[in-house]
Design a protein around this ligand. Structure first.
Ligand code: ADP
Ligand code: ZN
Length: 429
């Protein structure tokens, strides 16, 4: 049941002792990097885990400014891998790994996979971008470590993906949730019936972008599988940072490898237990490029109670979005996943949608474009009017502003092979 029972079920006291030891080592190691040297990191004294609050934060900007090698703590000859963030927001940042780092990362990913029932001999199709993006190679190494036959299919070429799933009796996949929904649409239009045609498929690991519980359910129901939320970011390796266990109630964050803090994004002080704030992470076992107090911009909260699965590492709640994903429309704060949750909970609505923001006079105007099931456009159009009204009402209840709804033919909205682009903001500055 556990990949690494000793670590995964360690008592909190032991775990914190290990964290403190590793934090001290990390500070020593990080102090070798030009960036941290310039911050005078070696002069900070850390005696307890609470002392983390005295240390400086690291931001994406810092990583950009230290480009290319300013964050590296080892001799360049000891680096074996470079990855880069997908650049969802601005210039990409680079992260380096030593052979030891790659090994530790693969172990973390293997731990996640084993947790959700992946075993040696399983067939794994990794439908996520290889290359600079960490989702491809990160999962690949972890799956090989467990002993899976790993198909590096990457994203796109949807019909071939479906063919491989069937021909190789694939057991589990790794897929971006928005692409999983597109895959479902494509399968449906090809007449593929997953419970009949893909009987070996059991599990999907979904991550890399915010998604709602409704999206998970759509994926699970369509493919008759279990879908588990996977969280990671390239600055902290990539996948394998936090992962759902079979309880599907929050993601265990591997605290032997990461020190977790949740801060108020404005005051930067710790929030009260259970409150939502920005996730701040410190690497605890990285050699090539340790990072101290990295501000992820991702909003979440900690679930402190014990988990029925027996793991002692704390859980974080589903990421509601990045603080910079938040839209301010007519003065109201909105996350795209709130729109998604309403749309996907509505019968007749397909899985693809887009939010367009415009200025109308001095006001913000929000248009929600959504694809409908093919059958919806046949026959009486009064049904469509009714659907439009009910969507407007449900979105207003959720968002507190009234959007305009545009009902679209299936397949008419753009599809991204990587992370979905849900928001088009055409408002004037
Ligand atoms: P970029 O920052 O350019 O998108 P990454 O590929 O490193 O590059 O993406 C990491 C980010 O993706 C995270 O900081 C988070 O915002 C998002 N993300 C990753 N996994 C999840 C998940 N399971 N749920 C929500 N958001 C996620
Ligand atoms: Zn658990």
């Amino acid at each position: 049941m556990y990949w690494d029972k000793e670590i995964e079920t360690m008592s909190r006291d032991q775990l914190e002792e290990l964290q403190l030891k590793r934090l001290k080592e990390t500070l020593k190691q990080a102090s070798k990097a030009p960036f941290y040297k310039s911050l005078g990191l070696e002069d900070y004294e850390v005696r307890t885990l609470d002392d983390i609050e005295k240390l400086p934060f690291t931001t994406k900007e810092d990583l950009r400014e230290s480009y290319p090698y300013g964050m590296v703590s080892v001799d360049r000859k000891d680096l074996v891998r470079l990855h880069s963030s997908s650049g969802t927001t601005g210039t990409p940042t680079v992260v380096f790994h030593t052979i030891k780092d790659i090994d530790a990362w693969s172990e973390l990913v293997a731990r996640c996979l084993y947790m959700v029932g992946v075993r040696k001999g399983d067939v794994f199709q990794n439908m996520i971008g290889y290359g600079l993006f960490t989702g491809g190679l990160g999962l690949h190494y972890g799956a090989e470590r467990v002993g899976c036959l790993t198909i590096p299919s990457g994203p796109g070429n949807t019909k071939r993906q479906l063919k491989f799933l069937k021909d190789f009796d694939v057991n589990f996949v790794h897929v971006i949730p928005s692409y999983a929904l597109y895959l479902a649409d494509t399968a449906e239009s090809m007449g593929i019936e997953p419970s009949r045609d893909l009987p070996h498929l059991r599990t999907a690991l979904i991550g890399a972008e915010p998604h709602s519980e409704e999206t998970r359910k759509k994926i699970e129901n369509f493919f008759s599988i279990d879908a588990y939320n996977s969280y990671g970011l390239s600055e902290m390796n990539g996948p394998g940072v936090a992962f759902e266990c079979p309880e599907k109630n929050g993601m265990h964050i591997w605290e032997d490898a990461y020190l977790v803090e949740i801060v108020n994004p404005h005051t930067l002080s710790h929030v009260k237990p259970g409150e939502t704030g920005e996730l701040v992470l410190t690497t605890l076992s990285r050699e090539g490029m340790p990072i101290i107090r990295y501000r992820t911009k991702d909003l979440t909260s900690i679930i402190d109670s014990t988990c029925a699965c027996g793991r002692t590492h704390r859980r974080i709640t589903r990421i509601s979005g990045r603080s910079d994903d938040m839209l301010i429309v007519k003065g109201v704060n909105i996350f795209p996943v709130q729109v998604e949750a309403v749309l996907l909970g509505t019968p007749g609505v397909r899985r693809n949608y887009q939010i367009v923001l415009e200025s109308k006079g001095h006001n913000d105007h929000m248009i929600v474009k959504v694809e409908l099931d093919p059958g919806m456009f046949v026959g009486d159009i009064r049904g469509l009017e009714k659907l439009k009204k009910s969507l407007t009402r449900d979105l207003r209840d959720e968002l507190l502003i009234t959007p305009e709804i545009e009902l679209c033919e299936p397949g008419s909205l753009p599809v991204s092979e990587g992370k979905a682009v849900r928001v088009i903001d055409k408002r004037e500055e």
